[in-house]
Design a binder for this molecule. Structure first.
Ligand code: NAP
Length: 253
């Protein structure tokens, strides 16, 4: 029970097969009370209602568009009223768009950057004051192997740029808020089977990708949730500004 009596906020956690949802389930198994934030408010409420109960209060599901600053601020108000202290924020929401550089429109660029990168700034800005006033907390920021190797199968160059930007933003926030007891780290998953990826792989694509993964399989949502759990828990009390790969060894060279 690594999060007994703790509270956690997880963005992009309504999607049934997603990393955020698996994280909410794992955190609750470890005793946390969670707030599920998602662009789909109805799905967020349903997801929160389906989680097993914990003794220190009900889970909540809230509509939040991470790309909209006001939406992040009002979600933070609702969570603060319900929970009081917020121990961890998992900045997990994200979207992809498989597209080539010359085909990216200005609207495509702005949408991918705003959800994947600006959203992490907005949501962190909304929750940091609560953490700072309560003596600290942990923030995890989702990046991707696409940031490290420049592109992937599902995200375009704008997705790589956004996910690379997350790494710099997280390190800067780690420096700025370390003295306030707030740790900020990034997670860089490889290919994880979720709705973003799962249904879209042909058997040939899958076999080809696995050839490049020393652990000989694609990742699943729990593989990433386990890293978020480590970062939210006191096991990572002396870890900040770090980038944690969860990719089966894909980048070993
Ligand atoms: P997912 O199942 O699609 O989960 C993403 C969630 O974010 C969905 O619930 C989605 O809601 C929500 N969302 C989208 N736009 C949002 C917004 N503006 N505000 C709030 N929530 C929003 O995908 P996933 O694979 O679990 O991805 C989770 C994170 O991991 C993403 O940031 C992704 O880039 C990153 N990642 C994934 C992989 C992979 O291989 N799967 C690899 C590296 C990094 P809707 O379903 O309603 O759109």
């Amino acid at each position: 029970m690594l999060l007994q009596g703790k509270t956690a906020v997880i963005s992009g956690a309504a999607s049934k097969r997603g990393i955020g949802r698996a994280t909410a389930e794992l955190f609750v198994e470890h005793g946390a009370r969670v707030a599920i934030l998602d662009i789909d408010g109805h799905a967020a409420e349903e997801a929160a209602a389906e989680l097993p109960k914990v003794p220190h209060g009900d889970h909540v599901g809230i509509r939040c568009d991470v790309a909209d600053r006001d939406s992040c601020i009002s979600a933070a108000d609702v969570v603060a009223k319900a929970f009081g202290r917020i121990d961890s924020l998992i900045n997990n929401a994200g979207i992809t768009q498989p597209i080539k550089t010359l085909d990216i429109s200005e609207a495509d660029w702005n949408r991918i950057i705003s959800v994947n990168m600006t959203g992490i700034l907005f949501l962190s800005q909304a929750f940091i004051p609560n953490m700072r006033d309560n003596g600290g907390g942990s923030i995890a920021c989702i990046s991707s192997v696409s940031a490290q190797r420049g592109g992937g199968i599902f995200g375009g160059p704008h997705y790589s740029a956004a996910k690379a930007g997350v790494l710099g933003l997280a390190k800067a926030m780690a420096r700025e808020f370390g003295p306030a007891g707030i740790r900020v780290n990034s997670v860089t998953p490889g290919l994880i089977q979720t709705d973003i990826t799962g249904g879209k792989l042909t058997p040939e694509m899958r076999a080809d990708i696995i050839k490049g993964i020393p652990l000989d399989r694609l990742g699943d949502a729990r593989d990433v949730a386990n890293i978020y759990l480590f970062l939210a828990s006191d096991l990572s009390a002396y870890v900040t500004g770090a980038v944690i790969d969860v990719n089966g060894g894909m980048l070993i060279h």
